[in-house]
Design a protein around this ligand. Structure first.
Ligand code: GAL
Ligand code: CA
Length: 343
């Protein structure tokens, strides 16, 4: 009998310990904000510029009541590395995380880790699928709508083509074009291309696709792909649509290296409005780009992080579907380029 009682007490005791361990800690409001950031790859130009804006935001806004520490990690293209970084950032005491996923279809482990310690997660730029974001009410997303940037790129290209008889260089009534694509599976790759092409067609422009190359947002890879396409199609290419500025800059590098004259070059369009992209527009090497609002995205992430941790100001933030903040894109032209430079 006594043995049974001791056993029963022991079991209740064990269950209590287990229960306590399983229950995640609820964090309380804090005026010390420790932000842990991890991004998919440090070679990405747009993200480096976005994170510079993010750090600058706090450098300019820090005051006595609010102390902010930002720690940034590069996942170097590995989801496994990124998961470990999230664990380390949480262990180091971060009370909010900003995650630019390596694999946008694989956020579950990160969400589980964060939920276990009640550390909210702001995903940015690489959009998780909606079902994944629904896994926990403290997951958010800050970014921009891929479709919008594609439509704008198509409009810029249509304006340039319709206002310029030289655009159809061989005069066959069609615009021969090639595409430089970002990473397969990224929301900003295929959606941008589809919308740019559909917009051009909706303006009555007949297109003929000569080729495409996947260059993973990367300038050097794009130069390679473009050099190959030029080897095959020479001066038949009348339009280059690139899913971002770095890749269109790579295409320009290819034309430069092969010493094409200005009159032999196609119209070329990018997306992002990076420093180098805007410079290439000013130098008249790039026909146009669409501004991906890094300042707006950085500020939205920063304001959300502060509101979450300090538990104030959340009601002032405008979400779409409770979780999403999308910043608008803008078309950059030579007339308005000054508005975007040195923001
Ligand atoms: C896109 C951007 C690209 C690249 C990519 C990375 O929004 O246009 O240049 O940065 O995100 O996820
Ligand atoms: Ca033509």
């Amino acid at each position: 009998m006594r043995k049974r009682i001791v056993q029963a007490i022991g079991m209740v005791f064990c269950m209590c310990i287990l229960l306590c361990a399983c229950q995640s800690q609820e964090r309380t409001a804090s005026d010390k904000i420790y932000i842990g950031v991890t991004y998919y790859d440090q070679s990405d130009t747009f993200l480096n510029e976005l994170l510079d804006c993010f750090k600058k935001y706090f450098a300019e806004s820090e005051n006595e009541e609010m102390k902010v520490t930002v720690t940034v990690r590069d996942a170097a293209g590995s989801q496994r590395t990124q998961n470990e970084q999230v664990k380390e950032l949480i262990d180091a005491g971060c009370n909010v995380l900003c995650v630019n996923l390596v694999d946008r279809t694989a956020p579950s482990e990160i969400i589980d880790l964060a939920r276990g310690e009640d550390v909210p997660v702001i995903f940015f730029n690489r959009e998780p699928v909606a079902e994944d974001l629904m896994q926990w009410d403290k997951c958010y997303y800050v970014g921009a709508k891929a479709e919008e940037s594609g439509v704008m790129q198509g409009e810029l290209a249509a304006d340039a083509i319709l206002g310029n008889e030289q655009a159809d260089r061989n005069g066959d009534g069609k615009i021969q074009y090639v595409v430089l694509e970002g990473e397969p599976g990224h929301q900003d790759a295929i959606i941008r291309t589809e919308n740019a092409v559909a917009t051009l067609e909706s303006k009555g422009i007949t297109l003929e696709k000569l080729s495409y190359g996947i260059a993973n947002w990367n300038r050097a890879q794009a130069q390679n792909r473009m050099t190959q396409m030029l080897g095959e199609h020479k001066d038949q290419i009348e339009l280059v649509l690139a899913n971002n500025d770095d890749m269109v800059l790579g295409a320009i590098d290819a034309y430069d290296a092969l010493k094409y004259m200005d009159s032999e070059r196609p119209l070329l369009f990018g997306i992002d409005g990076t420093d180098m992209g805007l410079k290439a527009m000013e130098d008249l090497k790039l026909s146009g780009t669409v501004y991906n609002d890094k300042e707006g995205q950085a500020a939205a992430m920063a304001e959300l992080a502060v509101a979450i941790v300090s538990e104030s100001g959340m009601e002032e933030i405008e979400f779409e579907n409770d979780k999403y903040i999308y910043l608008p894109y803008s078309k950059v032209s030579l007339e308005n380029i000054d508005d975007f430079q040195g923001r």
